[in-house]
Design a protein around this ligand. Structure first.
Ligand code: FAD
Length: 413
């Protein structure tokens, strides 16, 4: 079992397991007070206390509680909470992917699917989510929740203490990777980062699957504390079909007050303006990508490839080696620590196709690889592997681009 950031068998790993609850099967939270008698953040056991009920009747999670044995009413009270991240006027696609996954998990568990969105009006958010599988939507309209990850975490953690989700799902975007640990720390629960698959085991617990050891192994992780929190890699799950019958709208509950207030930052919002982004690119949405790799040694060759991609209506992307070389920023990087491509056509030039790179190309429809090494992993993956010195290819391209513009490559939508 893989515990992110820890090595199995070491004292540090054991301590980490105890601290986070991740990877531990027996541990179920700690008493509510520390050695000095101060109240700590809610532990897992506190988390499942129902307001107004004596501790004797508190429903505490037990792995022996088969989901089948639990009463239907208990399941009706349980829920999966999906954090909805906004992207300008739209919803970040990974949030919709998570709604699709939550719906599948809810079919296995009977749990309800709830969503939470902060920093936007309820009307706008409902409009964006209607037709997707969400039963209830919690909205915090305070604009400050857009600005500071700690404030978002305050609101989210307070909501979790109130509605007690069994599972909390967050997209592993930059914002999500930042936010999720802040919420987990407030709730004193475990967090599995960067999952690629989620399912429910026979006992009703969430199995969180993520690549480990440089993507060579898959780790199956379970969290014994509650809620079970996971961030999920964008682009690996399906966006559910939207039901546009106009009826399927989530019930909205506005979050008005936060217990304990928000983390104070000592600033106030005077005015808000949308940021105008310059030269930004989202390669996950590009239909045609020419991907440059370490095999390219001359900067001018990049310009030729850029021109080639542009002439076909596409854009240039790269492997991590060229980001490390400082030629590109990470927004153009394909792969595990970069972006997942959804291209109809990808042409790699001087890319070996490492396992990390492969994590970004599994959705590509058609792959053409240019490489001098027939044993490069990318050649086995490609629909067409071309054994060719890239300098020759670029030389011909240069001539071709000078002679006449290349016909625009028609990509099927
Ligand atoms: C945690 C982690 C995350 C990572 N994330 C990513 C990621 O998101 N994306 C990513 O790309 N990498 C990532 N990496 C790095 C990854 O391991 C590889 O180092 C990287 O993908 C290699 O890039 P490359 O294929 O361009 O270079 P190389 O592996 O060096 O391959 C260069 C290729 O060019 C070919 N070549 C050389 N000369 C020519 C020529 N004249 N004509 C034609 N072909 C030629 C060679 O045969 C070779 O196959 C990550 C690594 C780690 C540890």
């Amino acid at each position: 079992m893989h515990v992110p950031g820890a090595h199995a068998g070491t004292a540090a790993a054991e301590q980490k397991k105890r601290d986070t609850g991740v990877g531990c099967r027996k541990y179920r939270g700690r008493p509510g007070k520390d050695r000095t008698g101060r109240l700590r953040h809610q532990s897992s056991e506190d988390y499942h206390k129902q307001p107004g009920k004596e501790s004797k009747t508190t429903q505490t999670f037990s792995r022996r509680d088969s989901i089948v044995d639990r009463g239907a009413q208990e399941c009706m009270d349980k829920n999966i909470l999906v954090y909805i991240q906004r992207k300008g006027e739209r919803v970040e696609p990974v949030s919709l992917e998570l709604l699709g996954k939550a719906e599948k998990l809810s079919k296995e568990t009977g749990f309800r699917v709830y969503a939470a969105c902060f920093g936007e009006t309820a009307e706008k958010t409902v409009g964006l989510l209607s037709g997707y599988p969400v039963e209830k939507l919690f909205v915090y309209e305070g604009k400050e929740a857009c600005l500071d990850v700690n404030m978002v975490a305050d609101v989210a953690a307070d909501l979790c203490r109130r509605i007690k989700p069994d599972i909390v799902l967050i997209g592993a975007t930059r914002h999500g990777r930042n936010l999720a640990p802040c919420i987990a720390a407030r709730l004193r629960t475990g967090l599995t980062a960067d999952c690629t698959e989620l399912h429910i085991d026979r006992e009703g617990a969430l199995v969180q699957v993520r690549p480990a050891f440089e993507e060579k192994k898959l780790a199956y992780i379970q969290t014994c504390t509650r809620p079970q929190m996971a961030t999920v890699r964008p682009g690996v799950m399906e966006i559910p079909k939207r039901n546009l019958d106009g009826i399927s709208k989530p019930v909205v509950e506005k979050i008005e007050t936060i217990q304990g207030g928000l983390t104070q930052k000592g600033y106030e919002i005077l005015k808000q303006e949308p940021v105008r982004r310059v030269n930004t690119v989202n390669i996950t949405e590009e239909k045609l990508l020419v991907v440059a790799g370490e095999g390219i040694t001359e900067r001018e060759d990049i310009e030729v490839l850029e021109c080639f991609a542009g002439s076909m209506g596409g854009t240039i992307a790269c492997s991590r080696k060229l980001v490390e070389r400082g030629w590109f920023t990470v927004e153009r990087q394909v792969g595990l620590s970069g972006n997942v491509s959804n291209a109809e056509l990808m042409i790699t030039v001087g890319v070996s196709g490492s396992v990390q790179f492969q994590a970004g190309i599994h959705k590509v429809k058609h792959l053409i690889a240019i490489n001098t090494d027939p044993d490069a992993p990318v050649m086995a993956l490609a629909d067409e592997g071309i054994l060719l010195d890239l300098h020759l290819f670029i030389q011909r391209l240069r001539k071709g681009l000078e002679m006449k513009p290349i016909d625009r490559y028609q990509v099927q939508a």
